[in-house]
Design a protein around this ligand. Structure first.
Ligand SMILES: CC(C)[C@H](Cc1cn(Cc2ccc(C(=O)O)cc2)nn1)C(=O)N[C@@H](CCCCN)C(=O)O
Ligand SMILES: [Zn+2]
Length: 308
């Protein structure tokens, strides 16, 4: 058989044409990217509106993935590559587990499925119902959010419950903002490109103003609930707002280095918000010194949300 890594093109859900790393085998082209520096391969599948994973490879006859039913796969594949690049280029991390594991994504999961998630082994994206969500891989911040769950699971492994769970959620939102910014699309919102396609300008969450989408931004308003694993998607507003203050103070790059070091070197599965403050302070001290403005920015940011 004749086989080779190839470079193709594709059209994402926003209509833009992107370059895709593909693979050709016996005249068929696959969303199968072998171009990454280590052996981590990016593989993208479709569940064809079913729920068995990973489903079938997304293929094309001429290496130009431009049909409308390929757009969600083009986005998932391309944005996974951008997120891989961020972690490798900025932090030297080889795939989500720093061990070159393949990045597997499945699109067209379920029927009108209004969600996206990391299932412990791969990323999974629904098509949305067209009203609450459009296909959920259509936003780089969502893909980076899901992939960061995998990074968290293979490092701090923050339990998905109560404060450690809200921290887990916040880490995914923090690196979602940073990865988007690294790719020239900076905003404090999450999911703006795929949430309520009929209502421009809104989003799922705002790190600048968590209250905009019913999240607290201060410990005084911590939401005690048994729903959503103890409100992990609600209480993430508090560490999210702390990040907003810190990044506004010292910039996204330094903040990203401090957060990455805290996530991979100091946080553990039961870490709560107070532990996060200490881990971030220790990371800032390691990187910039105890009397640095970076250290002070972390202290100020957490004090502003009522922690420390
Ligand atoms: C990433 C983001 C695009 C996605 C958005 C999302 C989707 N949902 C469910 C959902 C579904 C319908 C509505 C509605 O208003 O009709 C609102 C929310 N809740 N959050 C999300 O936040 N998914 C969770 C999935 C968690 C699954 C449990 N491990 C996550 O990755 O944290
Ligand atoms: Zn999440």
């Amino acid at each position: 058989t004749q086989e080779a890594a190839t470079t193709g093109t594709g059209k994402g859900s926003s209509g833009e044409t992107v370059t895709l790393q593909t693979y050709q085998s016996n005249g068929t082209y696959y969303l199968y990217d072998t171009s990454k520096p280590m052996d981590g391969i990016i593989r993208t599948y479709t569940a064809n509106q079913g729920s068995s994973l990973p489903g079938n490879y997304v293929t094309d006859a001429d290496n130009n993935f431009q049909s409308s039913n390929q757009a969600a796969a083009v986005d998932a594949h391309y944005f996974a590559g951008l997120t891989y690049d961020y972690y490798y280029d900025t932090h030297g991390r080889n795939s989500y587990d720093n061990n070159g594991s393949d990045l597997i994504s499945t699109v067209h999961y379920g029927s009108n499925f209004n969600n996206a998630f990391w299932n412990g082994s791969q990323m999974v994206y629904g098509d949305g119902d067209g009203s609450t969500f459009s296909p959920l891989s259509g936003s780089l911040d969502v893909v980076a959010h899901e992939l960061t769950h995998a990074v968290t699971d293979t490092t701090a492994n923050l339990v998905y419950q109560d404060q450690p769970g809200a921290l887990n959620e916040s880490m995914s939102d923090v690196f979602a903002v940073i990865v988007e910014a690294e790719n020239g699309d900076f905003d404090w919102q999450l999911g703006e490109d795929i949430y309520t396609p009929g209502t421009p300008g809104d989003a799922l969450r705002s790190l600048e103003n968590p209250e905009l989408y019913d999240q607290p931004s201060h410990m005084d308003d911590y939401y005690n609930t048994s729903a959503d694993n103890g409100g992990v998607h609600t209480n993430s507003g508090i560490p999210n707002k702390a990040f907003y203050y810190i990044a506004n103070d010292i910039g996204l790059d330094k903040s990203g280095d401090i957060y990455y070091r805290a996530l991979t070197s100091y946080l553990t599965s039961q870490s709560d918000f107070e532990d996060a403050r200490n881990a971030l302070l220790q990371s800032a001290e390691d990187l910039y010194g105890a009397n640095s403005t970076e250290y002070q920015a972390v202290s100020d940011g957490y004090a502003a949300v009522g922690i420390g």
